[in-house]
Design a protein around this ligand. Structure first.
Ligand code: PGA
Length: 261
């Protein structure tokens, strides 16, 4: 995998947004897989700015969701569908017809998960999947020891993840659902390009385990080592525990510019 060390979160956002814009230049109806959480926000801001400046055309882009709470109605302000509508679709001028995601309110959750995997494949597969990373190395809601071959399915959140996410529910953990639907690790690995963005010192151990540790389910993001085109974009703080940081800096600095990430 390629590791790109950037000075800060804004630079990471700009780099990833530029990769998305270049992809859309080559393939205007590309399917972009997007993530929730705080980390991707600079990407969405930078992409919207590139659109406003006429440097990116997202008018035919399609957007796919990574994970969703089970039981929250789609119109709930913290359903990930609502969050992505606010943070991604609206700023990019896209409507819900450009969007696909799993049905978190389905009575048969397993059937809804399988339907979403089929829908992703029928849409031609995800071209670029943006990922955040949990401090425990999770991607999507694939908590540690998730099967590295998993498909989209229901997962039970760890207590720590519910505590972390209570900030979006007025600090009230009782409002945070226990269950989620997440693309599986096997599903995520089918995207053509994986871009994992990590910012801040709190992610340094998870980034080191992902890049320089063994491929192991205890760190779900380490599965990216199995992917032929995976890019880790880390700011200085998130990259601070990488033993090979100087090597990564050297190779990126000397990479032919036309290659992009
Ligand atoms: P964060 O979440 O971007 O809010 O840190 C990342 C994640 O849990 O995947």
């Amino acid at each position: 995998m390629e590791v790109v060390i950037v000075p800060d979160a804004e630079a990471g956002g700009e780099l990833v947004a530029t990769a998305m814009a270049q992809l859309l230049g080559r393939k205007p109806a590309a399917l972009l897989g997007v993530a929730t959480g705080s980390t991707p926000l600079p990407v969405y801001r930078a992409l919207a700015a590139q659109v406003a400046a006429g440097r990116a055309d997202v008018s035919r882009a399609r957007i796919a969701q990574l994970d969703e709470y089970v039981g929250l109605p789609p119109e709930h302000p913290e359903s990930y569908r609502s969050v992505l509508a606010r943070e991604v679709l609206e700023p990019l001028g896209l409507g819900l017809e450009a969007f696909m995601g799993p049905d978190g309110t389905a009575t048969d959750v397993q059937a809804a998960c399988e339907a979403y995997d089929r829908a992703l494949a029928a849409a031609g597969g995800v071209d670029l999947q943006l990922l955040g990373i949990g401090t425990d190395g999770h991607i999507g809601f694939n908590e540690p020891c998730s099967s590295l071959a998993s498909r989209t399915r229901i997962k039970t959140l760890t207590e720590q993840t519910r505590i972390d996410n209570a900030r979006f529910f007025d600090g009230d953990i009782s409002q945070v659902p226990h269950h989620v639907i997440t693309q599986g690790i096997g599903t995520i690995l089918e995207a053509r390009h994986l871009v994992l963005l990590a910012t801040g010192e709190g992610k340094a151990d998870a980034v080191a385990a992902t890049v320089e540790g063994p491929v192991a389910a205890i760190c779900p993001a380490s599965a990216l080592q199995l992917h032929p085109h995976a890019t880790i974009v880390a700011d200085e703080a998130a990259a601070s525990k990488l033993k090979l940081a100087d090597y990564f800096r050297h190779t990126y600095a000397n990479k032919p510019e036309w290659q992009g990430i």
